[in-house]
Ligand binder design. Structure first.
Ligand code: SAM
Length: 237
């Protein structure tokens, strides 16, 4: 994956040969498992490299170095962005959450095969994890890509952030609109003023956004509501 190193360098992120070998193996495992369980619609190696790996790594342009930080990735699917960030920053403490057990079995296989340590994998719903003392308000960063509209997503992410930590959502062109729709929810959950970081991937016209929401106050005990409730009745909508 020589190209991935070049693409990452354009974002001031550096990958050594061992990390590139880990990404190569991750890509092979993704394509192997994808024949048996539905992990991704993106199957060509060059597309996996840009639309999964590089897109995940761009999160680091907003977070900075995540070594020794605690990060939780909610609705991680096949590990994006969390597992890709773990390869970039091996000293990061990572928790991956997805409600689908078939997907978390894939994540366990990748973490074992790549020799990654300090990875916790939970086959649970975000709403359940957000109420568990081991996870509630414990993370420097709670991140997600392609999981839910922002008014719903903030109810998954903000309860997991410690005071002074941040939620980060990877969003497409709809980010500015979603931010305005999520303002009431953000306020109720203890979030502060969102900051939008635009990102452009090589060869793509559309702008992506990293939406960073600082955690400025404790989340009230009422949130997150029970599983399914945030999506059914988004806060403030
Ligand atoms: N983040 C990955 C990516 O960008 O490739 C996966 C995106 S996939 C479209 C959404 C994932 O979120 C699915 O794997 C789904 O099982 C998970 N998900 C959706 N709602 C969830 C919830 N409330 N708690 C945990 N996982 C959830």
């Amino acid at each position: 994956m020589a190209d991935l190193a070049d693409y990452a360098a354009a974002f001031s992120l550096s990958l050594d040969p061992a990390q590139l070998a880990q990404f190569r193996r991750y890509s092979e495992l993704l394509r192997e498992w994808n024949q048996r369980i539905n992990l991704t619609a993106i199957d060509a190696p060059a597309e996996i490299e840009i639309r999964h790996f590089l897109d995940s790594l761009t999160v680091a342009t907003a977070t900075g170095d995540l070594s020794d930080r605690r990060l939780i990735d909610v609705g991680t699917g096949a590990g994006f962005p969390g597992l890709a960030l773990k390869i970039l920053y091996p000293a990061m403490a990572l928790t991956l959450v997805d409600s689908v057990a078939k997907k978390t079995r894939f994540l366990e296989a990748v973490a074992a095969e790549l020799g990654l340590s300090d990875v916790t994998i939970l086959a649970e719903r975000a709403e359940t994890v957000g109420r568990q003392p081991a996870h509630r308000e414990q993370y420097d960063w709670a991140v997600a890509r392609a999981v839910a509209a922002l008014p719903v997503l903030v109810e998954y992410l903000l309860p997991l952030c410690r005071a002074g930590g941040s939620a980060l959502a990877q969003k497409g062109e709809s980010a500015p609109r979603e931010v305005s729709e999520a303002r009431t929810a953000i306020g109720l959950l203890g979030g502060g003023e969102p900051i939008l970081h635009p990102v452009k991937l090589p060869g793509r016209d559309e702008t992506h956004y990293l939406v960073v929401i600082p955690k400025v106050a404790t989340t009230p005990a009422a949130y997150p509501r029970s599983p399914g409730r945030p999506a059914k009745k988004p806060l403030g909508r």
